[in-house]
Ligand binder design. Structure first.
Ligand SMILES: [Zn+2]
Length: 502
């Protein structure tokens, strides 16, 4: 059994005004052939999960092509075509193989395609013919569309949020893909649900999503059901093909369809429970000022999370602290390449007057002018401590730590990544435990690590392309009706369909 393995990952935020270019993917990594497997061999990622499953089943994995980028704005379509050209030419040149297994994010938009991953899968299906198996592992926030369902045999999404099961998800997808190569008796049922909810309003550790996961897992004890995925589409995707969805894979089509419909109904019923109470910036500052504990208050600036495709260049929190003229020992991080370059030019120990913020999202982020001491300079490479993504290597480019008023330490970087991990501070000499207020620009990935560090975690109402008020955006492409813009009071879910039935 020979299986071709490839990867394309990027999560698109339609409201980030900067396009994601080939340079964004070069930064994330582009690998061909053996280089691809070499690049991930020490990681617990979806692809290594796939490789383990293939090896365990006595198969041979053929390395193909891999492109990945940090979340960001809409992808230039030439990037997608470059991926397909490389991938399909390797597939074409491979003599005999039984299937293609691909690691995708699943919520990617390009300048030409609203549904990039559906397009990739359909191009792959055309290339490999009807008899071979196409399996994909996906992010829980994927936007599963009819193009996926018409092209792929197996789709598996993460079961955890914060995401901790990349490897396990790749393993599930590959295991089921192999099962399908051998038996061809699996059916994959799909039900779309027209809803989005703020990404920081849920996690798999708390209700309602923990209950939904338990509800899904209960079906696995039925020997006719092998796998399920709950896809809650990432909410900043303004596309005509948008949907959250449920996938159930089973040996009996009728049973899989019924299970998918039941889980979808549970998600639909729970829609109003995905609620979020946000603090104002001032409320969090006040909490930090009066906090008696020996641990910092964590201000979550999720609206500016680059993990969610926002720019990471908002200075709104620091601006407010400076406006109030208070002494509050604060750790902060911002994406600002020109300011970092200016600090590197001036050198450690110098004081510079510099504009900070607003270099990428000129719509939502406002720059501020500060006088800052250059505390330290770095190459920007750091290893995540986890638990989420432990061991993952990030490169945030030339980085400087700037100090304002002897009180506010700011990690100024080129391309923010690993936002939920404390090493984004620690690796650059900023120890979160020594501050009264620590800003984290992440939606949920930070929770496990920062729960141990923080005295309180405060989801905060800040500006940014990943803000959690869905009504703050001009969603002009979503299908109708769509929650929360419609309450879906009289809405009835469609019947589940099975993949590749047409
Ligand atoms: Zn995700």
């Amino acid at each position: 059994m020979r299986i071709i393995v490839c990867e394309f990952r990027q999560e698109t935020n339609s409201f980030n005004p900067s396009l994601s270019t080939m340079e964004s993917f070069e930064r994330g990594g582009i690998y061909k052939g053996e280089e691809f497997f070499e690049s991930i061999k020490d990681q617990r990622c979806a692809v290594t999960g796939m490789l383990t499953a293939i090896q365990n089943e006595g198969g041979e994995a053929i390395p193909c092509y891999s492109m990945a980028s940090q979340s960001g704005g809409i992808v230039e379509n030439s990037v997608v075509e470059a991926f397909l050209d490389n991938c399909l030419s390797i597939i074409r040149a491979t003599e005999s193989f039984d299937g293609v297994f691909v690691s995708l994010h699943g919520a990617t938009q390009s300048t030409l395609h609203d549904d990039v991953c559906g397009y990739i899968l359909s191009r792959m299906r055309s290339e490999i013919g009807n008899h071979r198996i196409l399996a994909a592992s996906l992010d829980m926030h994927a936007n599963i569309t009819p193009a996926f369902i018409n092209s792929a045999d197996i789709l598996c999404g993460y079961h955890t949020y914060p995401h901790e099961d990349y490897y396990e998800t790749g393993y599930r997808a590959a295991k089921l893909g192999i099962c399908q190569i051998r038996s061809k008796n699996l059916c994959m049922a799909y039900v779309p649900i027209p809803l989005i909810v703020p990404a920081n309003s849920y996690s798999t550790h708390t209700s309602p999503l923990s209950d939904l996961m338990a509800f899904g897992k209960a079906f696995i004890s039925n020997c006719d059901i092998c796998d399920f995925s709950i896809f809650i589409m990432q909410p900043w995707l303004n596309v005509s093909t948008a949907a959250s969805s449920i996938i159930v894979i089973g040996r009996d089509a009728q049973t899989a369809r019924a299970a998918a419909h039941e889980i979808a109904q549970q998600l639909l019923n729970a829609r109003d429970q995905f609620q979020l109470n946000l603090y104002t910036i001032d409320e969090v500052i006040d909490l930090a000022l009066h906090n008696q504990e020996d641990k910092p208050i964590i201000l979550v600036d999720s609206a500016d999370s680059t993990n969610a495709g926002a720019a990471g260049d908002s200075m709104a929190v620091v601006k407010r602290i400076l406006e109030r003229g208070i002494d509050l020992k604060t750790a902060f991080v911002v994406d600002d390449a020109p300011a970092s370059a200016a600090a590197h030019k001036a050198g450690v120990g110098s004081t510079i007057t510099v504009s900070l913020g607003g270099t990428k999202d000129r719509v939502r982020s406002e720059p501020i002018l500060v006088s800052a001491y250059v505390k330290s300079l770095h190459d920007g490479v750091f290893i995540q401590e986890g638990p989420s993504g432990r061991g993952l290597i990030n490169n945030i480019g030339m980085t400087a730590v700037l100090r304002i008023n002897d009180m506010i330490d700011i990690v100024v970087c080129h391309n923010m990544a690993g936002n939920g991990d404390p090493q984004l501070y620690r690796a650059f000499g900023v120890e979160p435990l020594f501050y009264k207020l620590v800003t984290v620009k992440a939606c949920t990935s930070f929770r496990t690590a920062y729960h141990a560090i923080g005295s309180a975690i405060c989801m905060t109402d800040t500006p940014g392309a990943a803000c959690s008020d869905m009504f703050a955006f001009n969603f002009d492409k979503l299908p109708k009706p769509f929650y929360p813009f419609s309450k879906l009071e009289d809405f009835r879910l469609p019947e589940a369909v099975c993949a590749r039935e047409a």
